[in-house]
Design a protein around this ligand. Structure first.
Ligand code: NDP
Length: 285
């Protein structure tokens, strides 16, 4: 029997409607639109497209987006001054940094200037530390979206065995911590894990964030398991696939996210949830 498809596009639509209602309420309370500042250094086309997509999303939901485009020649001091200024600006509720920064600029230095309360990507060490301690924090959007898919589709996490493939600070590691917070028993796998299949076959939930097309095959999946595929791999022919061999996995898994159309569409909406949370927390409303 084929797996249940965890439809990220449908969920994103639902979440957008909810976010729009919450933002409308916030606008009444603070008498302005909740505002994201997006800092981009240089003119990388993919980064520019992303900033535009955030701007469109903000507009459609009633939030505001302030795009700050700095020239590729920006030095560390100028970038840090920009982030300090935005951190102190009372009319800015959340800050996004376009990563990676161009060579020669240090993220660590910039993070010191970013107030954790406005860290919409959940990359500040304070937020990462709070998450590690199981305390409320602004969490990275991609894993938060994976958890939202599990929650909205009613997939039980408590007491389940879960494996996360990948340990990056932005996807794998926080996903493992969120699953732990939801009472799963979690194993984190990475490039040095011997016999990945043996680990995955024991798990009821698999979250893949390795960036390796086809890494996880059907025979590595326990029948009926839930598979959340964060992988976003563009093949030579321009098509996009995840880390999971979807055609095989869909016949074994109990539920699975497609790529595209699974975790991807949910990610940006989670950013808006972080904006709502950041605004409420900072203004105490
Ligand atoms: P990174 O390259 O930073 O991390 C990849 C991780 O996968 C590393 O921990 C690495 O292990 C592990 N890994 C690599 N190869 C293997 C292997 N053969 N077996 C087991 N583990 C392996 O990537 P990101 O975390 O930034 O992104 C992961 C994927 O998620 C990418 O495809 C990315 O495009 C996608 N992504 C998707 C988003 C979405 O919205 N859906 C948003 C952000 C990213 P080690 O630490 O040992 O090197």
């Amino acid at each position: 029997m084929s797996a249940q498809i965890l439809d990220g596009r449908a969920l994103a639509q639902e979440l957008r409607a909810e976010a729009a209602a919450q933002i409308a309420e916030l606008r009444m309370r603070i008498d302005r639109a909740p505002t994201i500042a997006v800092v981009q250094v240089g003119d990388d086309p993919a980064a520019t497209r992303y900033v535009r997509s955030i701007d469109r999303l903000c507009q459609s939901l009633g939030a505001a987006c302030r795009a700050i485009a700095l020239p590729a020649t920006t030095d560390q001091a100028d970038l840090e001054a920009t982030v300090s200024h935005l951190s102190a600006d009372d009319r800015v509720d959340g800050i996004l940094l376009q990563l990676p920064l161009p060579a020669g600029l240090s993220l660590d230095g910039v993070l010191h200037r970013l107030v954790p309360e406005k860290d919409l990507d959940g990359i500040h060490p304070i937020n990462a530390g709070l998450l590690a301690q199981g305390r409320p924090a602004l969490t990275p959007n991609t894993p938060a979206g994976g958890m939202e898919l599990l929650r909205r589709y009613g997939i039980e996490v408590r007491g389940k065995r879960a494996a996360v493939v990948g340990r990056s600070a932005i996807v794998g590691r926080p996903m493992a911590l969120l699953l732990l917070q939801a009472d799963a028993t979690v194993t984190i796998c990475h490039s040095r894990t011997p016999d990945l299949g043996a680990v995955l076959r024991e798990c009821d939930i698999i979250a893949a964030a390795a960036g390796r097309p086809g890494l996880i095959t059907a025979e590595m999946i326990k029948p009926g398991a839930t598979v959340i595929d964060f992988g976003t791999n563009v093949l030579a022919d321009g098509s996009m696939v995840g880390d999971v061999d979807y055609a095989g996995a869909v016949e074994v898994a109990g539920a699975i996210t497609p790529v595209p159309g699974g975790t991807g569409p949910v990610t940006n909406v989670m950013l808006m949830q972080n904006l709502i949370k950041a605004t409420r927390t900072r203004l105490g409303i």
